[in-house]
Design a protein around this ligand. Sequence first.
Ligand code: MG
Ligand code: MG
Length: 275
Amino acid sequence: MAFGQPRIEYKTNAQMRTMHEAGLVLSRALDAAVAAATPGTTTAQLDAVFAAVLDEAGAKSNFLGYHGFPATICTSVNEEVVHGIPGNRVLKDGDIISIDGGAILDGWHSDSARTVIVGTPDLEDVRLSEVTEEAMWRGIAALATGKFVGDIGCAVDDYVSSVQGKPLGILEDYVGHGIGSEMHMAPDVLNYRTSHRGPKIRPGLCLAIEPMLVRGSIETAVLDDDWTVVTTDGKRSCQWEHSVAVHEKGIWVLSAPDGGAERLAPLGVVPVPIP
Ligand code: MG
Ligand code: MG
């Protein structure tokens, strides 16, 4: 578009309920892929496990064929940040892997990612993953309590900056997004504080909130496969993501079986099922 931001798609409650169904299938598929992520497994095997759950539920993958992407999940290991392609890579003890996938039901999309540490964890990787996941929940809580989409990035940034110990970097090259009848839609959801407050939060808005944190520099590069994004300093990276709906009674995490209740409670937010 030449001027301003692309139009935001605001969903009806019925559409958001279908997105929730897609999110529940996705959650089960991620459960299966996470459980399979053990030393000696290939990333292609994780993809097969994930795809089987979608298949059985009658859901379609929104990753497979997306601008030619060849698999149903992204598997990003260690210094790989996002968009890693599943293949013959064998997971080793101590690897940290982000598994990012999505599902479509009746034309409505979901998108979610989790990070797993394979076998014996490095404590700094545990910290990286825990801080990234909590940053995601802080962002989700800000969607419930804030006024503008920019409040999400402020909440993520404030939390990550407040964590004691070695500083972690917040990636700026990749951000969250609107989601609905397509996987990637307006608006962008930044994971850092800027002077742009972004669009107003209102019912029907559905967002994929996905902070990506690194143990070193936030500079990234894309490998020759044209997909895999890596940190240029080789330091490890992490991603967590949920799709979340705003409706007239509150928010509901579409890709979490409990709507986010357990992790949002300590943050003072009670998610409400979509009416
Ligand atoms: Mg994703
Ligand atoms: Mg996403």
